[in-house]
Design a protein around this ligand. Structure first.
Ligand code: ADP
Ligand code: MN
Length: 384
């Protein structure tokens, strides 16, 4: 089990890691406030449905035993071949019990397999383990949209309040309620990602931010696919707005993480998979309706011979088999291809505030983003 620096990280501090065969788990050093927010999100199902699945915590232990060359990057571990990263080693202090009470059994396996002997007890970093939102994309085009007009906690130092107040006022945070933090877009001609930095995002103004958004929607997928992507984010933002208007919390510097597929073939495969899923659900519903209809008929006509009932059961078995096959695909560990996804992340400065109403700065940001995305659609954007 190897911890990797997260690829496709577009914002925030260095040190976000991922683990698992497909890097399916994000491991992020977490401040107590973020940990608390995730723990408490269990009581707020509607908002939690927008958050990455929270698997639990694990502790990274700084490895103090230096090797002969004084620069220890690997450790002897059980099971073997865990690489320590930046002097970190996975410790067996990880909260397997926490993980167990969480939702995903595969996460427990992966994390349990990663357990190693603890070293000499240097400083530990508690990490949260999260669903990797980029999983299910071949070429994830990722945008981190920092939400809200106020970027600091109410109990931040005066120096920090002043500093982040200036950042908000000199960027789109204060006027629009969101700021493009960083993003990356897949370019099929270069076979590489074009990356836009935090500085670029900060430099955008009310007047130029639409250009920034256009740059995010610049994967060369053709106008039809791009339009579909923007429409989906418009739907997501509309739904998210309805949620956030009912939530009593303060989110400072949380982000909406948007992802769309940048590879045309994978994109179409994702769409097809969605169609199949819908078709399977419709087929199932129809089978149930038919069955209910036939049962009613059966009641009217009690002398029906038993053979027919048996036929009906056979038919039903077949339907169920089809459905199971389709579910098995995902059980095989193959992750279903996605088209777009949008989640809320980064709660290092977020708190639940019962009785205080919604976070108006975040509501404002969602409305502004929604208006700008809708404007792109009205402009027949993008025309390639
Ligand atoms: P920070 O507190 O350092 O800002 P964030 O939680 O915002 O940390 O994470 C930083 C970056 O890591 C994000 O901009 C995003 O690119 C990536 N990231 C964080 N969480 C996830 C996740 N659950 N799935 C995919 N990418 C993530
Ligand atoms: Mn962040």
């Amino acid at each position: 089990m190897i911890l990797n620096p997260l690829s496709n990280q577009v914002g925030g501090h260095d040190g976000v890691l991922s683990m698992g065969d497909d890097n399916e788990i994000i491991v992020k050093p977490a401040l107590p406030q973020e940990l608390k927010f995730y723990e408490e999100s269990a009581l707020h199902a509607e908002l939690a449905s927008w958050m990455p699945t929270y698997y639990g915590t694990l502790t990274l232990t700084r490895n103090q035993q230096t090797g002969q060359d004084g620069d220890q990057t690997t450790i002897t571990s059980h099971p073997p071949t865990i690489k320590a990263l930046n002097g970190y080693a996975l410790s067996d202090m990880m909260a397997a019990s926490t993980l167990e009470k969480q939702h995903d059994p595969t996460a427990v396996d992966v994390v349990a397999a990663a357990a190693v002997a603890i070293d000499d007890g240097a400083r530990d970093d508690e990490c949260i383990c999260l669903e990797n939102v980029s999983l299910g994309f071949k070429k994830p085009c990722v945008l981190d949209l920092k939400m809200g007009t106020q970027l600091y906690d109410d109990d931040a130092s005066e120096e920090k309040k002043a500093r982040l107040g200036i950042v908000a006022a000199s960027s789109t945070s204060l006027p629009l309620g969101f700021r493009m933090t960083g993003f990356e877009v897949y370019d099929s001609e270069k076979n590489d990602f074009t990356k836009y930095s935090k500085q670029y995002g900060k430099s955008l103004t009310e007047e130029t931010v639409l250009d920034g958004i256009r740059k995010y929607f610049a994967a060369k997928l053709g106008p039809e696919r791009m339009r579909l992507i923007i429409e989906r984010f418009v739907n997501d933002l509309t739904d998210f707005l309805a949620t956030i208007e009912t939530q009593e919390l303060r989110m400072r510097s949380s982000s909406l993480l948007m992802v769309y597929e940048g590879d045309a073939e994978a994109f179409d495969a994702g769409l097809e998979l969605e169609q199949e899923k819908i078709a399977a659900v419709v087929a199932r519903a129809q089978a149930h309706l038919e069955k209910a209809g036939q049962e009613e008929e059966g009641e009217d006509n009690e002398d029906e011979d038993e053979d027919e009932d048996k036929d009906e059961e056979d038919e039903e078995d077949e339907e169920d088999e089809d459905y199971d096959d389709y579910e098995d695909d995902e059980d095989d560990g193959e992750v279903a291809q996605k088209v777009t996804d949008m989640r809320l992340i980064d709660f290092a400065h977020s708190t639940w505030t019962p009785g205080l109403g919604p976070d108006e700065g975040v509501v404002k940001g969602v409305k502004s983003a929604l208006a700008l995305f809708e404007r792109l659609l009205q402009e027949d954007y993008p025309i390639e």
